[in-house]
Design a protein around this ligand. Structure first.
Ligand code: ARG
Ligand code: ZN
Length: 414
């Protein structure tokens, strides 16, 4: 199955309140010097661009149609090179997700409504978790670890064969609302671990998994109903812009580099560490276990295809960086061998940019979890956040390989 052509344009239902992006474009700017970077960032400050991705050598920006001409002049005047990644965002949004009525597999399906051929709403994902707990009670159970700002349940699934002394791995997805491939990948992994449990190797069967598929349920729903490109949670700030960036709200070096104190920023860190229920309850849950129970903390994001380890807050590295680097590279090379997809490995700050208050740094620095990673799933930018649902399978397999590799390393004990 190699063809990845866009399906035909489906008109959105007339009743949709979804914000439109007609004629909006996504550009990639190559930046070589600090001066280049500063000039490129004027796309945000002067042209109201929305930052999509930022790494050392390049930045991706979403630009509205009204500013395209002026922004193009700016880029030319600054002598920067530019690639148009998406030339009409609305069109890509409309073909990204096939309507569920078109999915044959769902006709007279019993049990649950989740598939890996479309991106689903929270209700289907939670229904899937409940189905697994009901169908496989000897290995699965659900728990509500708290409630979101808008009072949605923060629902997790535990998978365990009940052997005492199993190491535990935490997995979360959907911390950033618009990164739809993340919850899709995490639910794919969950399905493999449960439905395929009999065929799992011992290092996966003898691991307790705690899986939080949609860590930001309010933002996720908002990205389906109102604004496809929403990133933060839905915390209200009076008359100011809503939302806190959950991955800047964790309590390790909170408030440092790469975070903003303005509610309107995409990287707003919140009023204090763990000000948000979505982050607070994750930390509370993990902290309630005996130290060293959790040996893995895996946070799924998109996009860019990176496997990242601490630190994120700054360029320093951890003492055991060689272990984290080795396991990440191992996962990356197995993925490349099996699917041809390439993942770049490195510390968060050196590979992307410093950003404090991330969940991975907290997991490592405070919870003491050795194998703490953030993985940025596909793609590398052709579609970015608006990745067609036909890519879920590839990402799901690669995500599973990553989990498998980390679990094996934990069982080998180094
Ligand atoms: N793209 C992710 C973010 O911006 C990367 C997080 C990496 N980890 C970190 N602690 N900075 O949230
Ligand atoms: Zn993210």
């Amino acid at each position: 199955q190699q063809e990845q052509e866009l399906p035909k344009v489906e008109e959105l239902p007339a009743s949709s309140n979804l914000r439109r992006y007609d004629g909006a474009q996504v550009w990639r700017i190559v930046v070589q010097t600090d001066k280049d970077k500063k000039l490129a960032d004027e796309l945000q400050s002067k042209y109201d661009g929305q930052l999509w991705k930022e790494v050392k050598q390049e930045v991706d920006y979403l630009l509205k149609p009204q500013v395209l001409a002026a922004a193009e002049r700016h880029i030319r005047a600054a002598n920067l090179s530019r690639i148009v990644l998406i030339d009409n965002l609305q069109q890509v949004i409309e073909v990204e997700n096939p309507p569920l009525e078109k999915i044959a597999e769902l006709q007279n399906r019993k049990g649950h409504r989740l598939t890996w051929q479309a991106y689903h709403r929270l209700e289907d994902i939670h229904g899937f978790i409940d189905y697994l707990a009901k169908t496989y009670p000897d290995i699965c159970s659900t728990e509500i670890i708290g409630y979101s700002v808008e009072k949605r349940p923060l629902k997790i699934l535990k998978i365990s064969n009940g052997k005492p002394g199993n190491p535990a791995i935490w997995i979360d997805g959907g911390m950033h609302a618009r990164e739809w491939i993340s919850p899709a990948t995490v639910s794919y992994i969950t399905n493999q671990l449960v439905e395929g449990n009999d065929e799992l190797p011992p290092h996966l069967r003898d691991t307790d998994f705690y899986i939080h598929i949609v860590a930001n349920p309010d933002g996720y729903e908002y990205s389906h109903t109102t604004d496809r490109l929403w990133r933060k949670n839905m915390r209200a700030h009076g008359r100011q812009c809503p939302g806190v960036d959950l991955n800047r709200n964790f309590g390790y070096k909170w408030g440092g580099k790469g975070t903003s104190a303005s509610p309107c920023s995409q990287t707003y860190r919140g009023s204090k560490a763990f000000s948000e229920p979505e982050t607070f309850y994750i930390s509370k849950f993990i902290s309630s276990f005996k130290r060293n129970t959790f040996q893995g903390y895996l946070s799924f994001h998109s996009y860019g295809q990176y496997i990242l380890y601490p630190w994120g807050y700054d360029y320093q590295l951890t003492k055991d960086r060689a272990d984290l680097d080795r396991v990440a590279r191992q996962a990356g090379s197995i993925i490349t061998k099996s699917s041809g997809i390439k993942y770049t490995v490195g510390s968060s700050a050196t590979t992307l940019y410093p950003a404090a208050g991330g969940s991975d740094d907290w997991a490592k620095g405070i919870a003491g979890i050795k194998y703490s990673y953030t993985i940025e799933m596909g793609d590398t930018g052709r579609y970015g956040f608006v990745l067609p649902a036909s890519f879920i399978d590839y990402n799901g397999k690669d995500g599973f390989t990553f989990v498998d590799t980390v679990a094996r390393a934990i069982h080998l004990g180094h």
